[in-house]
Design a protein around this ligand. Structure first.
Ligand code: ADP
Length: 591
């Protein structure tokens, strides 16, 4: 027991020396004011611990050693207060007041000539000086405990944990002093002394973890943000109207994940896409530095005396980066943060690229719609003139034509009608895409409209026998008669185009509960199941040897289904390759 008790002070000394060495090394590698204060505080406390044995030996240098002890003790208090000030500023006046008060208390301590041996009885002035020294130190250390703890409330998880850890660190220091004083002054029992020594020794690593959180601790702190991060990743998948909005929301999660104070995203053209937690001027300065040495992952930033972490973003048009800016309450950036942010960065890059691609696709679609609009408008005029003259020629109102020329006129009129219907499809498609396709719905008879549509089509039927089967009484619906006919014509036109000559085509009108169905049945080439999903898409034509020569835009079925759906109806297909197809156009009816 005696041996253990003798070894304990040595172990405590060694622990304090190691702690100071670690803090000094950290300061030397980062050169920040904050780290210097911490190194100074622990350096002076460690010297005090080392000096403690010589304090009780009153020799010729006894008073000098005691005075030095007072200075070390008060310097440690001041440095700890300044360390706290680097997180939440105390203001110039309080800083000045604290420094002057500590100097005066030190002078009082020198004047009172405190006895080196704490067991000795004190004169009144000595008691006052001792009380003043202890009170000053305790104030310097307990104020941060309270302030940091209170300030941690309401902060994001990682920053709050960092602040609470600092507060605990200060508490640990107070505990060390109390335990140390108790050990020296009050306790005589060796067993209790041993326990106190062990407690002191255990506090040392806790102090280190509080001020220098290791990876596992930082990971633990960021645990509560993990679920949020998952949501963050999810929000990256959600639609964003533009890259800046996407980048903004991505930054929010990235900042929280590592407890950073600010962050920015630099685009591949080196412009700043989004920033938060820093002002514009700072963002520009940081971006400038990050771009100047993109390979550097961490670098000090003198204006904020803080560090940044640059994570590359592999964007489709080139390299960009995400820069995290550490603030006072950011736990140091380590490998762990870099790995996590890199993973997150690849999701951000993908999300940003997706926004770019979506915007590009929109632009292309717009161009295509504009093209359809212009082309169909420009074609419509000349085609009306051509059709008009062809009809006049056929009717003989422009004079007699040679028999051979007369014979080809019907075919020319059919072809002109085909072109007209394609132009009509393109116009309707452009209107639909621009949101300008409005229905003019009124009560109409489906049977009558179907007959009208078929009749306008008769000249194109060539050799296909066409049958219409319908109920005897009218079937009424609220419909846009013109558009209804466009749909029926499309379906019948397809039945003709994709069936061999002479095969019959059937059109059935059926009334079924609250809906009316117009079925167009052919015995043509049919459609394989794998091709059927392509049917109702824009420009969705099925590539087949047999229909290579058949003219079409691939817009008809898409347009027809859209029109059907605008009527609260639909179009469905039932088809087998080589056996023909049945297209069913369905609309709700009114009584
Ligand atoms: P288009 O006929 O102008 O090519 P549609 O949108 O009307 O465009 O039709 C899309 C594709 O569906 C056609 O290219 C054709 O391959 C197929 N299709 C449509 N109707 C039939 C049908 N009745 N029989 C077989 N294939 C058809």
């Amino acid at each position: 027991m005696a041996v253990v008790l003798a070894v304990m002070p040595l172990a405590i000394e060694v622990a304090f020396v190691l702690l100071t060495v670690a803090m000094l090394a950290d300061w030397l590698s980062h050169r920040e004011h904050r780290r210097a204060y911490l190194a100074l505080a622990f350096g002076s406390l460690t010297l005090l611990v080392l000096l403690a044995p010589s304090l009780s030996q009153s020799g010729p240098y006894g008073p000098l050693v005691t005075d030095f002890g007072i200075v070390l003790f008060l310097v440690s208090g001041w440095a700890l207060l300044m360390f706290r000030d680097s997180f939440i500023s105390l203001g110039v006046n309080i800083r000045r007041f604290a420094a002057i008060a500590l100097v005066l208390i030190a002078v009082l301590g020198f004047a009172a000539q405190l006895p080196a041996d704490t067991q000795e009885p004190h004169a009144p002035l000595q008691t006052i000086a001792l009380a003043a020294i202890l009170t000053a130190w305790v104030l310097c250390v307990t104020e941060p405990i309270v302030t940091l703890w209170l300030a941690s409330r309401g902060r994001p998880a990682v920053q709050a944990a960092r602040m609470r850890a600092l507060s605990l660190g200060y508490t640990g220091l107070v505990a060390v002093i109390i335990v140390g004083t108790l050990g020296g002054v009050v306790v005589q029992n060796p067993a209790v002394q041993l326990v106190l020594d062990l407690v002191t020794l255990a506090i040392v690593p806790m102090l280190f973890f509080s001020f220098y959180p290791p990876t596992w601790l930082r990971r633990l702190w960021s645990q509560p943000e993990e679920e949020e991060l998952r949501q963050g990743l999810h929000s990256l998948l959600a639609f964003s109207p533009d890259r800046a909005t996407q980048a903004d929301s991505a930054l929010e999660w990235a900042t929280r994940l590592v407890g950073a104070a600010g962050a920015l995203i630099i685009d591949s053209d080196q412009s700043i896409l989004a920033y938060s937690g820093v002002d514009e001027a700072e963002a520009n300065a940081i971006a400038h530095r990050a771009m100047a040495s993109p390979e550097a992952l961490t670098m000090p930033l003198p204006p904020r005396s803080t560090t940044t972490l640059v994570i590359p973003l592999d964007l489709q048009p080139g390299h960009g980066s995400m820069v995290m800016v550490a603030g006072p309450f950011t736990p140091m950036f380590g490998d762990d943060e870099v790995i996590r942010l890199r993973q997150y960065a690849s999701s951000i890059a993908a999300a940003l690229d997706r926004v770019t691609l979506t915007a590009r696709i929109h632009a292309l679609e717009k161009a295509k719609t504009e093209f359809m609009n212009i082309a169909s408008h420009e074609l419509r005029g000349p085609m009306t003139v051509i059709k008009g003259y062809l009809t006049m020629l056929e009717g003989g109102s422009l004079g007699n034509m040679p028999a051979k020329a007369q014979a080809v006129l019907p075919l020319m009129i059919v072809k002109a009608d085909e072109v007209n219907s394609m132009v009509e499809q393109m116009l309707e498609a452009a209107r639909l895409e621009e949101g300008h396709l409005t229905l003019h719905r009124e009560r109409g008879d489906i049977i009558e409209l179907t007959e009208l549509a078929i009749d306008s089509f008769r000249p194109m039927l060539s050799d296909h026998p066409l049958d219409l089967e319908a109920p005897p009484e009218a079937v009424h619906a609220e419909i846009d008669g013109e558009r209804f006919q466009i749909v029926v014509r499309n379906l019948v036109s397809n039945a003709i185009k994709y069936s061999p000559e002479n095969t019959p085509i059937k059109v059935l009108v059926e009334k079924n509960g609250g809906t009316a169905k117009v079925k167009v049945v052919d015995q043509g080439i049919g459609i394989a199941p794998k091709d059927q999903e392509k049917l109702f898409t824009q420009f969705g034509r099925i590539q087949r040897e047999a229909t290579m020569h058949v003219a079409g835009t691939g817009l008809g079925l898409w347009l027809s289904r859209e029109i059907a759906r605008l009527h609260d109806g639909d179009i469905t297909v039932d088809s087998a390759e080589g056996e023909g197809s049945t297209f069913t156009f369905e609309v709700p009816i009114v009584s």
